[in-house]
Structures are given as structure tokens and as C-alpha cells.
Design a protein around this ligand. Structure first.
Ligand code: PEP
Length: 249
């Protein structure tokens, strides 16, 4: 099975419900986004999931950026997958490097979160990626493959799970690995997925994330085993996000 490409926007802690302009810009962008040969996803902050999901956009999915492992309970300030599904989310990002760094999230916790996402019938986007120090030490593949091995739950399938390779040093910095480096890591991830899941491993989408913009999207998306992008900063501007989706038009 060939992976379905996905271009996903991660709005992080940006976006106000009071700003109609954001919704309108998104709506305008989506008129074009729907024509792409890839799935399109926006993951706004929790406060906008419901508004975006009920806004009636076609050709775009709405997701969230994190979740708790439990369905409900005494977890002040957290949000469950059931709540996100109820609000209209169909995807949840787990294990983003900012969650791993800011909230000390481990691979084991990321795997539990991903399992909660899959258990609720949503799709998980599981993020992995090396730090600059790890890359400089020649440990990129070791680190990324270890994260892949420990962050993906056994329930992961090509239909319900997407992997996002995001070098930590490329996120929000304007720096990207070379296309060859991206292809090397993605091909190693593919091999590890096939080793674990058999032929089904060929069907997992593997996104690249880290300073993707309209000017570099086409060459990054054309690299071996790259099946789309996870986009931070550039997903906040409708024209830029649209320009990245152009890689699939
Ligand atoms: C991200 O945070 O997932 C990301 C890829 O950010 P940016 O595109 O801004 O580098």
C-alpha cells in the first residue's frame, strides 16, 4: 500500500477565537487546498478545535496538538482524546519535541498517548527527531530509530498512524537538513517500520517537519520516503501553507 501524503499545520500556541480574520484566511486557503493530491490538516490550539471543525470546511481535517492518556478524571488542565473527538478533531499530534522538552515527555508516555488516540478511533501523528548535539555526534539514526521503536504503540497501523521526522534543530530556525540527509533518515525509518510491521510498514506516511516553506517544499517532498510535511510557522499564513500544499498540485 502506498502512503497517502499529508500536509499538516501545527499552529502551536497561536490563534484567537476572537480573530475572525484567521478563520476567513483559512477558509480562503482551503478552497485551493481541497484540490491537492494530499490530505490537508490543521491542528489549531484546543480553544479553536471546535470552531474549526464545525466551520464546514471541505477537504480539510482538524486535529489537536496533544492529549492525556486517560479518557477522563482528575487531571487538572489536561484534555482527553474523547474530548477532542467530541470537539471534532480527527487527528492528534503526540511527542512533538516541544512537548518532549517543555514537559519532559518520554517515549513511553508518547506511546501511551498514541495508544489513547488510536483507542478512541482517531489518527496519531507521532513525532521524532534528533537534537543538534545528537546530530553533531553522529547519533541521528540511533536516536530517531530508538524513538520510533519506543514511541509507536503496537496498535499502530498504516491507516491510523503517521510518523513525523522533525530534527529539533530545524524547527522554527529556518535551517533544514539537506535533501539527502532527509532521505537517509526517512528511508531508515521506513526500514524499521517494515521490520516491525511487515509489508504494512510500507504504507505508513512519514512526514518531514522543520522549517518547511513554499520555496523548499517541492524538493523536500520529492525526497525518498517523504510523504508530506508537518508545518509550524508557515502554517499560520494561509498563502505560505497553500504554497507548501502546491508541492502536491
Ligand atoms: C513544528 O513545530 O512542527 C515545525 C515543523 O515548526 P516549523 O515549521 O516552524 O519549523
Amino acid at each position: 500500500m502506498k502512503p497517502t501524503a499529508l500536509v499538516a499545520g501545527n499552529w502551536k500556541m497561536n490563534g484567537l477565537a476572537s480573530s475572525q480574520a484567521e478563520l476567513e484566511a483559512l477558509a480562503a486557503m482551503l478552497k485551493e487546498g481541497g484540490k491537492a493530491a494530499c490530505d490537508v490538516l490543521i491542528c489549531p490550539p484546543f480553544t479553536l478545535v471546535s470552531a474549526f471543525a464545525t466551520a464546514g470546511y471541505t477537504g480539510i481535517a482538524i486535529g489537536a496538538q496533544d492529549c492525556h492518556t486517560a479518557a477522563s478524571g482528575a487531571h487538572t488542565g489536561d484534555i482527553s482524546v474523547e474530548m477532542l473527538r467530541d470537539a471534532g478533531a480527527s487527528y492528534v499530534i503526540v511527542g512533538h519535541s516541544e512537548r518532549r522538552a517543555d514537559h519532559a515527555e518520554t517515549d513511553a508516555l508518547v506511546a501511551q498517548k498514541a495508544a489513547a488516540v488510536l483507542g478512541a478511533g482517531l489518527k496519531a501523528i507521532v513525532c521524532v527527531g534528533e537534537t543538534e548535539a545528537e546530530r553533531d555526534a553522529g547519533r541521528t539514526l540511533e536516536v530517531v530509530l530508538s524513538q520510533i521503536g519506543q514511541s509507536l504503540p503496537d496498535a499502530a497501523t498504516a491507516e491510523n498512524t503517521i510518523v513525523a521526522y522533525e530534527p529539533v534543530w530545524a524547527i522554527g530556525t529556518g535551517r533544514t537538513p539537506t535533501v539527502e540527509d532527509v532521505a537517509e533518515v526517512h528511508t531508515a525509518i521506513r526500514k524499521s517500520l517494515v521490520e516491525r510491521f511487515g509489508d504494512a510498514g510500507e504504507g505508513f506516511a512519514i512526514l518531514y517537519g522543520g522549517s518547511v516553506k513554499p520555496s523548499n517544499a517541492a524538493e523536500l517532498m520529492a525526497a525518498a520516503n517523504v510523504n508530506g510535511a508537518l508545518v509550524g510557522g508557515a502554517s499560520l499564513k494561509a498563502a505560505d501553507f497553500n504554497g507548501i500544499i502546491d508541492a502536491y498540485r
